[in-house]
Design a protein around this ligand. Sequence first.
Ligand code: F3S
Length: 351
Amino acid sequence: MKIIMAEHAGFCFGVKRAVNAISEALKNNPEVWTIGLPIHNPQEVSRLEALGLRVAEDESEIPSGAKVLIRAHGEPLSVIEKLKARNIDVEDMTCPFVKKAQDMAARLSRENYYIVLLGDKNHPEIKGILGHIVCDNNSGNQDENTKNYHAVPSAGNNSADIEHNVFAEAAHDANANFSHCDDSSGSVEGNISVKKAQGSHGNSEVVANEEEAEKVSRHTRIALISQTTQREERLSKVAGILTRKTSELHVCNTICKATAERQEAVRELVRNHNVDGVVLIGGRASANTAKLRDIIQAEGVSVLWVEEEKEITENINWFSDKKTIGIAAGASTPEWLIDRAKINIAELQGS
Ligand code: F3S
């Protein structure tokens, strides 16, 4: 059996940077917290947990005075402000490419663009970007301390009810200056504008695909910002649709190179190497690994998606009719896991 490795596979720059920072922080702290899983790879998370990593579902679980690392996906500003207010040592490891999308969302919303985010509305990266959008469209001259940002639920919270609770919490925090942008009417508590969460944001919305982009209403100015893991073709198609919804469209291609490189590498693997199937290594919850699977399947090639090496021997029959196989891995797959999988595949040849 011939084995061909995709040219780009495994940890991307942003994930490697965040995981290295967690490992470093654990050398000097008995425990280090993250909000949500730092990486969509259970085996790597287990390795870090054994060193002292604690994963909180929500920022409220983190004890005052603790150390927290903001993972590569980023967090809404409201969450970071709440942590700092509780004297928690925050080290921001938001991937610089995600940070760029957050900064663009902040700047363009301040410039009165209606923000359309292309991505998965339940993904923490999209929630983080939403949490940087400046709600007050008259805020162009405001300084950093008086801006209003979307307060959005933190990792793991998806429902509108939870979202509403977050706004209520923010309202009762005397130092908070968060508001939720929504077209519906709301109440005012103290100096804080609290508007009802009804699943839409007054100056932004998230679209998952072309069909949802068709439903976007007309706006004077629209800025299209992409989740970093989106595909270029979809961004282009959505941009084409939005040109009919406005006379001024600002398209931010915030798709990161690492994602595009891994996607291009699997395309190259299945198109140019006559592979009979591809072993794809990555966590089941990894969005970028799921996109690699979609690309391989769209080329009509069989995929064996494994999270850990033992699944290779468990699926020995998949290999039986294959002469050439490719190996690919998502951006959240550690190198040690790829190496183990490669060894297991090589051992199959001797079995
Ligand atoms: Fe960053 Fe791209 Fe990785 S956005 S976290 S380098 S997939």
